[in-house]
Design a protein around this ligand. Structure first.
Ligand SMILES: [Cu+2]
Length: 164
């Protein structure tokens, strides 16, 4: 009786151990995309527009300073064009970029020729298109990302939070 119990206990423990190993493996392989921030290795971030609304579907992204970021931006609208632009500065700098971008037009990705306040820019994404930009995460701080397609900026913005 006692031996039988011990064997049962061993079988249960072995099954648990195998389940834990399986879980750990799955978690690791899935961790390279979308999570962001836990390690300083390269990371892929995913963000989209919120359907036909003039919003990003994420108001906040987190990365580590110096990390290589591949940002995949999916335009979930069928009719709107959008882009994902990471800028240096606050509302005043964003407004200046958006206003200059309006004059520059779609061929220039609605961006000014002076890129001194632009840290990363995705290409202009047509409806249902996914675009990508790879960049190095800047120094720790909070940065604004915006869409510079005319009329979108006041609503289409979010924060990239960079930590050590
Ligand atoms: Cu937009």
């Amino acid at each position: 009786m006692k031996i039988w119990l011990r064997m049962m206990a061993f079988a249960v423990l072995a099954a648990l151990a195998m389940a834990l190993v399986a879980c750990g493996g799955g978690g690791n392989s899935g961790g390279s995309s979308g999570g962001g921030g836990q390690s300083s290795g390269p990371v892929t971030l995913e963000i989209g527009s919120k359907g036909e609304e003039l919003f990003f579907d994420k108001a906040e992204l987190r990365v580590t300073a110096g990390q290589t970021i591949t940002l995949r931006f999916k335009n979930n609208s069928a009719v709107q064009q959008h882009n994902w632009i990471l800028i240096k500065g606050g509302d005043a700098e964003a407004a200046a970029i958006v206003n200059a971008g309006l004059t520059a037009g779609p061929a220039a990705n609605y961006l000014p020729a002076d890129k001194s306040n632009i840290l990363a820019e995705s290409p202009l994404a047509n409806g249902n298109e996914t675009v990508e930009v790879t960049f190095t995460a800047p120094a720790p701080g909070t940065y604004l990302y915006i869409c510079t397609v005319p009329g979108h900026y006041p609503l289409m913005q979010g924060k990239l939070i960079v930590t050590n």
